[in-house]
Design a protein around this ligand. Sequence first.
Ligand code: PLP
Length: 335
Amino acid sequence: MPEHHPVASHFTLNWQQQLSDAFTSIEDLCRYLGLNTDDLPISKAASKQFAMRVPLSFAASMEKGNPDDPLLRQVLPIEDELIDYADFNLDPVGDIKAAVQPGLLHKYYGRVLLINTGSCAINCRYCFRRNFPYTELQLGKQQESGAIEYIKSDLTISEVILSGGDPLLLSDSRLAQLIQRLEAINHIKRIRIHSRLPIVLPARVTEGLVNTLVRCRKQIVLVVHANHANEINERVKAGFNRLKNKGITLLNQSVLLKGVNDDVSTLCELSEQLFANGVIPYYLHLLDKATGTGHFEVSETKAISLMEETQNHLPGYLVPKLVKEVTGMRSKQTL
Ligand SMILES: *Cc1c(COP(=O)(O)O)cnc(C)c1O
């Protein structure tokens, strides 16, 4: 982040400016957090493989001076990423096989997934698409018509999921155009948007965006991605409010991550915070085994016992479904 932007005025910038001001240097982020890089297992090699990128809105929710902060752990490139774990690979969920066209994944009955952009506002170190060949497989403007034709020609498809990267990095006009093309297809009932931006760059939730979603003739479902209650700061809450006030359905998916949210009280607090702000916990994913992410893995046995415990503490509707993605299966697998 450039030194000349004091934190308070940063949040008056528009979302594109906030995005271009994101931390991309480990030193800058550590300085902002009052941490000494020498005391941390940071790795330049890891950040060369997968660049660091952290918007200030997210970094501002980290605890200053805490090297083990659960938000910091999600984004700091560390030496552990270079460890070669057995079973971890470059395409852990079979995305490449499921691509029926560039940027169009048709894996599950009734739903297709569009990879509209490879970019994201934040580079989460556990990302299952951190090694995804986006340049070949993202849905550029040119491939869009092909994707629309595919969806039109298959009457079993009732839901289109916009994914990425992060689909909310598309400009308002590109997004509005895409939604218009999709809502013109009769057999489409819902358009689902999977985005972490309402969490990490809540300035993206502009009135313009909300209006685009509200105007859509199909039902819109927005699935956000938060892993820890500390991510739900005042700016995030305000964004949720703008969406909720217009009746947008909000769900959350999380990933179970070692050292971030792998304990019962953290999981309970996350569900409580989400629901208090109008978001229903949907999925808790087991880690997808992407190369570079092995140090985040929580065993299936531990995951199941954590969920049993969590279920003892929360009403049923606040317990997300524990799922994993198994290559070749026709749906996510509930554990
Ligand atoms: C997770 C996923 C979906 C959506 O699955 P739901 O269980 O409906 O949330 C669709 N397509 C792909 C490729 C997915 O990975």
